[in-house]
Design a protein around this ligand. Structure first.
Ligand code: FES
Ligand code: FES
Length: 207
């Protein structure tokens, strides 16, 4: 409270010691609260990483891999260029052809449009993980049996998309299979063989 002068009127320029301490106490409390809020906001704010390489871990085909990547690196480039697993192909590099298809947490995804750093903690599967030693996965075998490939560049992507479909829908109709594979492009035009391969492995693939 401001002090009153001898005439009983308040002198706004004069602040009693008690008022001064009250003011200081309130502002310290406010500063303390703000500091705690700031600290919490900082602790929960997304942490900036990069632009240089940062260590990450990827679980691919059941194996843990430790690698260093720039945060901007795609999952496809990390797998091909850092881990030397070149089964997944880089064709359009813009999410339109499907040659780079991998299965992540059970879903077929374009790995050229997925960041490696975001793929940590996920279950990543590539075409390298399908065969059992020298025995091809039933879908791979069906592609061979039904001429589902010519140059083979699109094949790993089609195989992974087919596996993802059959693990989810074990007995798809022709239309369902066609729809599930329409995110993949074959420039050699092997669509008939690809569809036959997918349909003859119905019920063979287990999720
Ligand atoms: S290379 Fe990924 S969609 Fe074409
Ligand atoms: S087999 Fe050549 S692009 Fe499909």
């Amino acid at each position: 409270m401001a002090k009153k002068d001898q005439g009983g009127t308040e002198d706004p320029a004069t602040v009693s010691r008690r008022d001064f301490f009250k003011t200081v106490g309130v502002s310290s409390l406010a500063t303390g609260v703000l500091t705690a809020v700031d600290a919490e906001a900082q602790a929960t704010a997304p942490r900036a990483v990069g632009p240089g390489e940062v260590p990450i871990r990827l679980r691919i085909n059941g194996r843990e891999h430790a690698l260093e990547v720039e945060p901007r690196m795609t999952l496809l480039d990390a797998v091909r260029n850092k881990l030397d697993m070149t089964g997944s192909k880089r064709v359009c590099d813009r999410g339109s052809c499907g040659a780079c298809t991998m299965i992540v947490d059970g879903r077929a995804i374009y790995s050229c449009s997925t960041l490696a750093i975001e793929s940590q903690g996920r279950n990543i599967r590539t075409v390298e993980g399908l065969a059992n030693g020298t025995v091809l996965h039933p879908v791979q075998q069906a592609f061979c049996d039904h001429d589902g490939l010519m140059c083979g560049f699109c094949t790993p992507g089609f195989v992974m998309a087919t596996v993802a479909l059959l693990e989810k829908v074990p007995n798809p109709s022709r239309e369902q299979a066609r729809k599930a594979l329409d995110g993949n492009i074959c420039r050699c035009g092997t669509y008939v063989g690809v569809l036959e391969a997918a349909l003859t492995t119905k019920g063979v693939v287990r999720g």
